[in-house]
Design a protein around this ligand. Structure first.
Ligand code: FPP
Length: 277
């Protein structure tokens, strides 16, 4: 029997949703939003017009993910490399766009019971941006629906460096370095994503086949879906198409099958629970 589409989906979205198995939706979807610049160039517009248009895609994707009950969505909004390599005027524009997004979307996030979180070296962002981020996080802190994580000034390698620093610091404050024991679970507990399950699905727009320093540890077993659609044209229906592709694939957990997969899932769920503080 086809599943009934949740309220709020448009006709195209509902058509794709009905092909999905609602029992096998990804728990966490991560998206590398790419192609804003190319979208603008094709229209003979400045790059910032692509970023501005990308906000409507963020809105549509977030709302659709929340409507169908995805527990966690993470968007790669601004990498550490973006910070260093893009002209200051573009970086300033992106910062302003983020602040406006947080201000204007807050009522919708609350209406949809979405909780905001961030990953990345926030302390290096401009003070006014940090203030707006704090404000929006606190204003959504009691929501219990989807967790929307924005990766801002994010680099996966920096995250791993920060995790190792944090492990050493915790050990030094807790009996000394001779007690430091490092295993996978310890590393997970010191990553920025310690309260999130690892993504099951990573989507990249604009046809590029790279991970670009995004969640390198956490994406170890994720399915990768690359779509040629440029980010400003991406909508909820494209997200559902990505999920449909994901459901067609046979999931492999580092070569595990059958009982071993169930065991993996059991320990994975346990690890996530133990990371929740
Ligand atoms: C990549 O496109 C996109 C970004 C670096 C920024 C993403 C930002 C947004 C989608 C806008 C707003 C986001 C939020 C969360 C409010 P690109 O410029 O690298 O495109 P190109 O590869 O075609 O040049």
């Amino acid at each position: 029997m086809q599943p009934t589409a949740p309220a709020g989906l448009d006709r195209k979205e509902a058509d794709v949703y009905r092909q999905l198995d609602p029992e096998r939706l990804p728990k966490h979807i991560a998206i590398i939003m790419d192609g804003n610049g190319r979208w603008a160039r094709r229209r003979h517009l400045p790059r910032i017009a692509g970023h501005r248009a990308g906000v409507a895609s963020v809105r549509s994707t977030v709302e659709t993910a929340s409507r169908i009950g995805i527990p966690a969505l993470t968007l790669y909004a601004f990498s550490e490399e973006n910070w260093k390599k893009r002209p200051k005027s573009e970086v300033d524009f992106l910062m302003g766009l983020l602040c406006r997004y947080l201000k204007t979307e807050l009522p919708t996030l609350n209406k949809n019971n979405i909780r905001l979180a961030y990953i990345g070296r926030q302390h290096e962002l401009p003070a006014v941006v940090q203030e707006k981020m704090r404000w929006a996080r606190e204003a959504t802190a009691n929501n219990r629906g989807m967790v929307l994580t924005l990766a801002l000034n994010y680099s996966a390698r920096s995250e791993i460096v920060d995790a190792f620093r944090s492990m050493v610091e915790a050990a030094a404050n807790n009996g000394g370095l001779e007690h430091l024991q490092i295993d996978e679970d310890t590393i997970c507990r010191h990553l920025y994503t310690r309260q999130l399950p690892d993504p099951d699905l990573v989507i990249r727009t604009s046809g590029e086949m790279r991970l670009s320093n995004f969640l390198l540890w956490q994406l170890a077993y994720a399915e990768i879906y690359v779509t040629p659609t440029l980010w400003p044209e991406f909508r909820g229906v494209h997200l559902l198409e990505g999920i449909a592709q994901y459901q067609k694939r046979e999931r492999r957990y580092g070569g595990l099958t059958g009982d071993a997969v169930q065991l993996h899932n059991y320990y994975h769920a346990k690890t996530v629970r133990s990371r929740e503080v």
